[in-house]
Design a protein around this ligand. Structure first.
Ligand SMILES: [Zn+2]
Length: 162
């Protein structure tokens, strides 16, 4: 798994000494990973994520894990807000209306256990953006194969009506 460091200026400190307790999965809803990378590193856009995985399995890191990336926006999970201060954000290069590519899923499955181990995040802590911002966000969406992650102990079954 080759990681390309592509720093984004869009990050800050986690508030109140918080550490990651969730991993939030997203789709980019853009036409290419290059386009997404540009946006996630554009100071005007004021968005970022820790990682971006291309459909071909290319892996970019934009923000250091101890820092607070700007991927989740308003929302909450388990009654707690400031999702960005409590999570690692992973963007998946996908427009949202088609299957997630095999090389991309393989890289995600290889990196999730490492992040979970590093921060002691249980399978329950691997969530979708739509879980923390229901009604406002729909990613990673109905095409994302949650069952595949569940089978490997990398997520838990959860009812999602979207
Ligand atoms: Zn998202």
């Amino acid at each position: 798994m080759q990681l390309i460091w592509h720093p984004s200026p869009n990050f800050g400190d986690r508030r109140e000494g918080l550490v990651p307790q969730w991993i939030v999965l997203h789709y980019t809803a853009m036409d290419s990973a290059g386009e997404a990378l540009e946006r996630l590193c554009d100071p005007q856009a004021e968005v970022s994520a820790h990682y971006l995985i291309g459909s071909d399995g290319m892996l970019w890191q934009m923000v250091d894990e101890p820092c607070r990336a700007w991927h989740a926006g308003a929302g909450q999970w388990q009654g707690l807000d400031d999702v960005n201060s409590r999570s690692i954000g992973i963007e998946l290069d996908n427009r949202g209306n088609h299957p997630f590519a095999e090389p991309q899923m393989a890289v995600l499955e290889a990196m999730l256990p490492q992040i979970m181990e590093r921060w002691s995040i249980p399978a329950e802590g691997v969530i979708g953006h739509s879980d923390s911002a229901p009604g406002r966000k729909f990613d990673p969406g109905p095409r994302f194969d949650w069952a595949r992650l569940v089978r490997q102990g990398l997520a838990v079954p959860r009812h999602r009506d979207h």
